[in-house]
Design a protein around this ligand. Structure first.
Ligand SMILES: [Fe+2]
Ligand SMILES: [Fe+2]
Length: 239
């Protein structure tokens, strides 16, 4: 128990991971954004396709229901934490730096997505889930995906073309670190969120994402010590 809580502390201290040393060149900000956006994009497709399969069979997947619930709850937690970091840190940094910078469209898109995310959370956490409930979650995920893709593509373009060139490599690393520290507070429980972040990425992206992470955390704590906590999500992750 003592060991478990010590590892929980280690885990929450290092989430989400800083990309600072893993990326070469002057594209720290957009590379960091690209990775976290991939973590947010894949589960929408995985969730929709899982629910489509259940709906086509006309039944729920009771065996994997708890894992699916953890998976979708983790998605919503990371989603809200990521957008909060952008609203509180990323956008204000550039509003201060660039006279007349206008992030109102991106902020408005965040505000449009969040009520849907909250509704998904409400629907997935019901005590008595049903096929109808699965259908509602599926439709909400689809609605969220539409808004998310539009927002993601627009934001990535703005960051890469308009924002990143205006700041030095050092400033980008500092900004990424600030965003990472902010994310730490919003990434609980660590024993679900950290595996969710890592195992929604393909191998090469995962290596970049975990490059700064302590060896013991990525090779021992997450895959071994925490496995019993997150393994229910395994059918939805990239093993
Ligand atoms: Fe974003
Ligand atoms: Fe955003």
């Amino acid at each position: 128990m003592l060991i478990q809580s010590a590892y929980l502390t280690i885990g929450s201290f290092f989430i989400p991971i800083s990309y600072a040393t893993a990326i070469t060149g002057n594209r720290h900000l957009s590379k960091g954004l690209d990775l976290i956006h991939k973590v947010l994009s894949r589960p929408l497709d995985v969730g929709i396709s899982h629910l489509d399969k259940c709906l086509s069979l006309g039944r729920m997947d009771l065996e994997n229901h708890e894992g699916f619930k953890d998976y979708i709850n983790s998605l919503i937690t990371v989603f809200i934490g990521h957008h909060h970091g952008e609203d509180e840190i990323l956008f204000p940094t550039f509003e201060e730096k660039i006279k007349g910078a206008d992030f109102s469209k991106l902020k408005k898109q965040h505000k449009e997505i969040h009520p849907i995310a909250e509704r998904i959370k409400d629907k997935i956490n019901v005590s008595d889930p049903s096929v109808n409930n699965y259908e509602d979650v599926r439709n909400l995920l689809q609605e969220m995906k539409g808004l998310w893709i539009e927002h993601r593509d627009e934001e990535e373009g703005i960051v890469e073309l308009d924002m990143e060139p205006l700041i030095s490599s050092k400033e980008q690393i500092e900004l990424n670190d600030k965003l990472s520290k902010h994310g730490q507070d919003m990434s609980e429980p660590a024993n679900l969120i950290l595996p969710f972040l890592i195992y929604n990425l393909e191998r090469s992206d995962r290596d970049t994402f975990t490059d700064d992470m302590p060896w013991i955390l990525k090779n021992f704590v997450v895959p071994i010590i925490w496995k019993s906590k997150w393994e229910k999500m395994k059918p939805f992750l990239i093993a």
